[in-house]
Design a protein around this ligand. Structure first.
Ligand code: FE2
Length: 368
């Protein structure tokens, strides 16, 4: 017997529409704890399903309507789970490719930005927590930190009647494969990166104080080294700040990726200075980071906060330079999986045939 499957895009659409569906995750508990589909339920049935235990999932009852989508790491054990549930008469399907494929699922949220003539849309890779942005004005659009297939950006641009003119990166990413170059090639847009000699492809370099125009709006470049040497932030119309991995909503960027211990310490000092520049902006500035650490719900609510709130939540921002440096270096989380390989590909501007293999797992760019 074989159960039907549902694609990542199929499940994504059901969740975005708010359709009644129970997402049942059957991976081991530790994997579920690391990252999961928002609103999913967990059943500790992995081993029982693998040994074909007829009692596996016997106690499971759908919590949200009759339809069930089963999930595992790669789509095999979830198939056993869906078969088991169908044998009980439930309407169950298995998520094709499992969480590895789900890594590419996305949703979106409009970001209100009073005082700017531009429209901001936040695109979220729900599993990995990568956040990218559209800024649209007068039919033109800029994309920041593209982390999804170029087709997704084209679709959103079409829906809004925008032409993608410029593709920006805040820095060379270590946690996901950048789609910026692919998107620029695909759309004929200009590709802009903060000045760096790290990458081996052509781009228009951005320097501190430069302004990138989009329609009637402008993005001012702040060079904010620390997380990486070339990291930059972009300030839209003095109202919204795209912070990359320099500043999150309750954490700051880690300074240690692709760096020795001495370099990490140096970068932590530099990061402190960069952050001091940012916190000098008005407290009502809307902060829009490049990552979030939890799976992103299909709720249409932007992941953002005002700078004043971010300062309140992030104790590191209130420390002296010496304390900041010593605390950040003792609180570093484990490094993201495959980051050496991801950085090498991002520096080369190339994408492997199946990006999900390298990108699986949660985001680890922040220090709280
Ligand atoms: Fe990063």
């Amino acid at each position: 017997m074989s159960a039907p499957t549902i694609s990542t895009e199929g499940l994504r659409e059901l969740l975005e529409q708010g359709a009644p569906v129970t997402v049942l995750d059957v991976r081991p508990g530790a994997e579920y704890a690391e990252w999961s589909i928002p609103g999913s339920v967990h059943a500790d049935a992995y081993e029982a399903l693998r040994r074909r235990d007829p009692n596996a999932l016997a106690d499971f009852r759908p919590t949200n309507g009759g339809r069930v989508v089963t999930v595992c790491a790669a789509g095999k054990t979830s198939m056993l789970a869906a078969e088991r549930l169908r044998a009980r008469g439930l309407d169950a399907a298995s998520l094709e490719g499992g969480m590895r494929a789900w890594s590419l699922a996305w949703n979106s949220a409009e970001v209100p930005c009073p005082g700017s003539t531009a429209q901001i849309v936040q695109l979220r890779r729900t599993g990995k927590g990568c956040l990218s942005y559209f800024i649209g004005s007068q039919g033109d659009a800029v994309v920041i930190d593209a982390s999804l297939d170029p087709r997704v950006y084209r679709r959103v641009a079409d829906e809004h009647g925008w032409r993608i003119r410029t593709v920006l990166e805040t820095h060379v990413h270590a946690d996901h494969l950048s789609r910026a170059r692919a998107l620029a090639v695909d759309t004929g847009a200009r590709l802009c990166l903060p000045t760096t000699d790290r990458v081996s492809f052509e781009f228009a370099p951005l320097n501190d104080g430069d302004t990138v125009r989009v329609g009637s709006a402008g993005l001012r470049v702040f060079q904010t080294p620390g997380h990486t040497p070339e990291s930059a932030c972009f300030l839209l119309d003095e109202r919204a700040l795209f912070t990359g991995d320099t500043l999150f909503l309750a954490a700051v960027g880690r300074p240690d990726l692709e760096a020795t211990t001495d370099e990490s310490r140096h970068r932590a000092h530099v990061l402190h200075a960069s952050l001091q520049r940012l916190v000098a902006l008005p407290p009502e500035t809307v902060v829009l980071p490049a990552h979030t650490s939890a799976p992103v719900a299909f709720d249409g609510r932007p992941i953002s906060a005002m700078l004043g709130e971010v300062q309140e939540r992030t104790s590191l921002l209130r420390e002296t330079e010496e304390t900041f440096v010593s605390q950040i270096l003792t609180r570093l989380p484990p490094t993201p999986p495959n980051h050496h390989r991801i950085v090498a590909l991002n520096e080369a501007g190339t994408l492997p045939a199946d990006p999900t293999q390298l990108e699986a797992g949660a985001n680890r760019c922040a220090v709280a």
